[in-house]
Design a protein around this ligand. Structure first.
Ligand code: SF4
Length: 352
């Protein structure tokens, strides 16, 4: 590990652009960086910024408000991943409305079978990483002829969000640490536009401290050499073409759609929704519930944090009115949220 830190320091010294801003796209990277104190090991001219890869953080408030309204019905059970229940909706959180927390979407099948007189609604959030498992769950429900299984489709895909960031007129990011888990499914090829069109170096990176340091060194090397490519420093899990079977599963069940990202807005073709064959399982279409206009917490700057424009510590509420115990925005709730990571590791990493 020390060799990598020394190499990063050596190469960073030769870079004239100061500071060098690298975005860790994935929330799991943000947490791992905080946990291992990597920021405090880096030279002063290397700055790490968080990115949009936290699925709970980017799920729009409307989805939470809609799920809360559905949860109020006596004949409906909302099923979701744990992090979602504490994310603030407009006036409440899901945890006040009795959702069932699952670790795998396949658990929803069992809940359907045990509650045949109720509608089971799974909140379908996540990126290309979790979407294949949810696609498999949908296919299982269809195969078992379950008539009470529905999904709120709120899936996101990463490359369009990166294009949104890369195409910003005043882009101030010099390299991207690309997400290992998402890339295991989609491969590294879908990021090539970042290098070809936007001249932005990228490196697919794993999650151990050594893997993260290798990713940082790769990017610092590219920048120091004036090279631009999409590298893979996570070859045990990622290939250029990705997992073809998982991609087929996604194509079988979903289609690409424009999608709203919390705190950011609509990003074209950045979401997955059920395709025509499975549209009848779409809870939003099946239960036509009206919800009042959704409102995001005013002073929360999660959107800017997710775009790498601000650090959590720039938020006036950080660590004061917004803490993991009493979160104001989703980035302080999620186990992959930047604000939660900065708060949790504020005494052991350089989180300025
Ligand atoms: Fe939002 Fe809280 Fe983070 Fe501020 S500290 S950006 S209010 S989640």
């Amino acid at each position: 590990m020390q060799n990598l830190i020394t190499a990063i320091n050596d190469r960073a010294r030769s870079i004239k652009t100061r500071p060098v801003k690298l975005m860790e796209v994935c929330g799991t990277h943000t947490m791992a960086i905080g946990r291992s104190g990597i920021r405090s090991m880096l030279p002063e001219n290397i700055d790490l910024l968080s990115g949009p890869g936290c699925p709970v953080c980017v799920t729009p408030v409307e989805i939470i408000d809609y799920a809360i309204e559905l949860a109020k019905r006596d004949d409906t059970i909302i099923v979701t991943f744990g992090d979602m229940v504490r994310v603030p909706g407009t006036g409440s959180t899901l945890e006040n409305h009795g959702p069932v927390i699952v670790y795998s979407p396949l658990d929803a099948i069992k809940i359907c079978e045990e509650n045949p007189d109720k509608s089971i609604v799974f909140i379908g959030i996540g990126f290309e990483t979790t979407a294949p498992t949810i696609a498999a769950t949908i296919l299982t429900a269809v195969k078992r002829k379950l008539s009470n299984f529905y999904v709120i489709p709120a899936f996101k895909i990463i490359p369009p969000a990166l294009e949104f960031i890369a195409s910003a007129p005043k882009l101030d990011i010099h390299g991207l640490m690309l997400p290992g888990h998402v890339s295991a499914v989609i491969g590294s090829d879908p990021y090539r536009f970042l290098a070809d069109k936007y001249k932005l170096p990228g490196c697919v990176t794993g999650f151990e401290p050594i893997e993260i340091l290798k990713g940082i060194l790769n990017l610092v090397d590219q920048i120091a050499d004036g090279r631009v490519e999409i590298a893979i420093e996570y070859r045990k899990a990622v290939t250029p073409r990705g997992n073809i079977e998982a991609q087929k599963l996604l194509k079988k069940v979903f289609e690409i759609t424009d999608s709203k990202w919390r705190g950011i807005g609509i990003i074209p073709r950045s979401g997955l929704t059920l395709n025509n064959d499975y549209l009848y399982l779409d809870a939003i279409k099946r239960f036509k519930i009206e919800i009042p206009a959704s409102i995001e917490p005013k002073a929360c700057i999660c959107g800017q944090v997710l775009l790498g424009l601000q650090k959590p510590t720039a938020c006036a509420l950080f660590g004061k009115k917004c803490t993991p115990m009493e979160p104001v925005g989703p980035c302080m709730v999620s186990s992959e949220g930047s604000c939660a990571a900065y708060y949790k590791y504020r005494n052991t990493d350089d989180t300025r």
